[in-house]
Design a protein around this ligand. Sequence first.
Ligand SMILES: Cc1cc2nc3c(=O)[nH]c(=O)nc-3n(C[C@H](O)[C@H](O)[C@H](O)COP(=O)(O)OP(=O)(O)OC[C@H]3O[C@@H](n4cnc5c(N)ncnc54)[C@H](O)[C@@H]3O)c2cc1C
Length: 448
Amino acid sequence: MKSAIVVGGGISGLSTTYYLTKAGVPVTLIDPGERLGGVMRTERVQGCVIEAGPDSFISAKPWALDLIRELGLEDEVIGSNDHLRKTYIQRRRQLVPMPDGLQLMVPTRVLPMVTTDLLGWRTKIRMGLELFHRPRESAHGDRSVSQFLCEHYGREAVDYLAEPLLAGVYGGDPDRLSAESVLPRFVELEAKYGSLTKGVLRARGPASKQPLFRTMRDGFGSLAGALERAIEGKATIVRGAVDALERTPVGWRARCRDSWIEAGHAVLACRAYEAGALVSGRLAELLQGIPYNASMTLALGYKRAGFKHPLNGFGFLCPKLERGRVVACTWVGTKFAHRVPDDMVLLRCFLGGGSMGDGDEVIVAAVREELRAIMGVTEEPAFSRIFRWPRSMAQYEVGHGGRIAEIEALLKPLDGLLLAGNAYYGIGVPDCVRMGKQAADRVAARNG
Ligand SMILES: Cc1cc2nc3c(=O)[nH]c(=O)nc-3n(C[C@H](O)[C@H](O)[C@H](O)COP(=O)(O)OP(=O)(O)OC[C@H]3O[C@@H](n4cnc5c(N)ncnc54)[C@H](O)[C@@H]3O)c2cc1C
């Protein structure tokens, strides 16, 4: 049985390692962090569960829940309080509810679209007429998300629906993101039906009974901890950064803290630019060319007594046209039970990385001013916690699919070298688990 090295102990590398140990493959996981989990990290402050990185995963993608079940943690999973679900979009400093029945920005119900204050009449009429789009004769190349969605619903719908929604997920710019890689299902529906609205309505199954989002009651740190415990004793865990990778006659060797670790297979589960630094030539160029955005999260905790805002929804999104520092703000206690004690309020703000160099006090003051203007929050926070994530969110820009196809082709002759991580086939936690499992399955299959 050929062994494996896994470089990177975020959720991608942890999942790879877990599934490799399950398949009986001897594995060494290498990561420099004091704790495993990468951007997945939880702290508890004054009884509040604070997620430094991801805070939930979408239920429609099953791979994270499958893993959680295998670990025996299903009882620790909670769903979003969907009966309270309402997301607001900032428009002219007001919080306007997103119309019901949207799938991303594809309307599936007439009345909420007609009555919404978020969009003007011109856009509403255009969105209605989209139903009559016919499939194109000629095939499209990849387009930006903005271009793709503008063609269907117009610029205002992109600016006030798609842009804020995608910024909240990717921290990215729809003018640069790839429609084929970020919205593959919509691109397929367009090819088949012409109209996205018609496609979504036709493809719609019975209403799902699952919550829209799921998460761990005690935070994602508990998932990282459970994975670490599950692999302990079965995998070797080395704390350090890999700074060189070489091919050997029987596989691969990685250098970490001046020692070489040898194995038959190597899975690079670090960020693409870090993987690129370990390989050479065109492969290195392609990996290092995948852009990453920086982001920050800021948790603000308040005493519930005297907090005036009703927190009647999951939170709000700020469109780029009206954005200061806050990209999105989650009203944690409304979205999830068990995360905030009854006497506290927790606001999770997702910020762009542009002002990462500013000190904590400057950031907190600026965000508090924005929250005052948008939500009317004037109360003094009981605590604040800032987490900075430089170059952590891969951006699937126009042409991403072609780049990944070329990477795959270059990897083929490099027998035993594999990639996993948020830079390739999906950025969310479930996708990272899926890619980790796929890498482990491929190693196990090569071992025969
Ligand atoms: C602020 C934020 C909020 C997010 N929110 C959500 C959310 O709510 N829902 C969701 O589904 N997704 C969310 N995401 C996305 C998702 O969390 C990430 O895509 C995913 O966790 C990335 O996991 P990963 O293992 O691929 O990478 P990472 O977590 O970045 O881990 C990479 C690991 O590689 C290690 N490493 C790097 N270089 C080396 C080296 N040379 N040698 C050894 N190890 C190395 C690093 O130390 C790190 O531990 C969010 C991301 C961020 C940053």
